[in-house]
Design a protein around this ligand. Structure first.
Ligand SMILES: *[C@@H]1O[C@H](CO)[C@@H](O)[C@H](O)[C@H]1NC(C)=O
Length: 335
């Protein structure tokens, strides 16, 4: 089937509107109940909905991880969750909050990721962001950071803002990464509708020092709490791919054109203090950094002291493989 994608003209207008939403405070955006916006993806009763219908607990134990997915596909928007990660010993545990269309476009999918990588006792969770466009999985664009708080102590808000020209990652409304579309990156900028996912899974082979520390189920269950789930974008009909419904777009008078200077200086400061890895400086992977990289000698020096930390490399699947194999098994069992 040939997919014609007629929505590429989606506009600067949306970008401006969304930036303005962020600037003017996300509190005004509606928080959907789980049943209104999401479906369980896998993990049977390892997914538990809180009494208020809005908070969700995702559990990983020796049996399975768990996850959920948005009911709709979105082309651009503001996607956010408050997340509290499991405390204590978490090596090998991965929590992911991400957008993808890998189920629809197996060969040329798009993806925008927040990934939380568990750690050994006494060391904090690491956080990673990544972007793939149109199947560009051989060009990882990962960045890694530590945070200015312990993400297992309390809930903190993690946000993906996605327009046709920018992707901005936020933590507690502070921009931590701005990924701009450039002509040189061609199709590597996500531009097809995606669903929003949240998962917890066993990343033993990958997550903590490239698989050196595996999940230890002695410390299970591992529970990640998701709340304040916000889906505010343009939903797209999954069959037609043509009709697009955008919520909460503000009027043009209220728009701002870019990250406000005060926000930008917070971003710069975050990146100076907390970034530990950027693909732009990984000379083992990229003799010549991808074209969008703006190499800055100070940043290079800062990152150099962390050394190239590998996380096993290659593709990983956010636990959906486990989902599939479990589903296959239970089908087999019931025959
Ligand atoms: C995306 O990938 C498909 C299949 O590989 C290709 O035909 C198409 O031109 C690509 N789109 C862009 C925008 O690069």
């Amino acid at each position: 089937m040939v997919m014609k994608l007629p929505f590429l003209g989606s506009s600067l207008f949306l970008f401006l509107a969304l930036v303005s939403v962020v600037a003017s405070g996300f509190e005004k955006l509606p928080i959907l109940s789980f049943d209104e916006g999401y479906n369980q993806l896998f993990g049977d009763d390892n997914l538990a909905i809180h009494r208020d219908g809005k908070a969700v607990h995702l559990t990983l134990n020796e049996r399975t991880g768990s996850g959920f997915v948005s009911q709709d596909l979105y082309l651009h928007g503001y996607f956010s969750a408050s997340i509290k990660l499991p405390a204590d010993y978490n090596a090998g545990v991965v929590v992911a909050f991400y957008m993808s269309n890998g189920d629809i476009f197996e060969k040329n999918h798009d993806e925008i990721d927040f990934e939380f990588l568990g750690n050994i006792r006494g060391k904090d969770w690491r956080i990673q962001t990544n972007v793939y466009g149109n199947g560009s999985t051989s060009v990882g664009r990962e960045e890694r950071y530590n945070l200015w708080f312990d993400p297992a102590d309390d809930s903190h808000q993690y946000t993906i803002l996605w327009t046709d020209s920018h992707i901005i990652f936020y933590v507690d409304n502070i921009p931590i990464r701005e990924f701009k579309r450039t002509a040189a990156m061609g199709g590597d900028f996500p531009s097809k509708p995606m669903s929003l996912y949240a998962t917890i899974w066993d990343g033993s082979d990958w997550a903590t020092n490239g698989g050196k520390y595996r999940v230890n189920y002695k410390y299970a269950p591992y529970i990640a709490e998701f709340s304040d789930l916000i889906l505010d974008g343009c939903s797209v009909d999954p069959i037609e791919f043509s009709s697009k419904r955008c919520d909460n777009i503000q009027s043009p008078e209220q728009l701002m054109t870019r990250i406000a200077p005060s926000q930008r200086s917070k971003m710069d400061s975050f990146r100076r203090k907390h970034m530990t890895y950027s693909y732009c400086y990984d000379q083992t992977r990229y003799k010549v950094p991808p074209a969008e990289c703006m190499v800055n000698p100070l940043e290079a020096k800062q990152l150099n002291k962390f050394g190239p930390v590998t996380f096993g490399g290659g593709r990983h699947h956010h636990g959906k493989r486990h989902h599939r194999s479990r589903a296959d098994r239970s089908e087999a069992d019931s025959i």
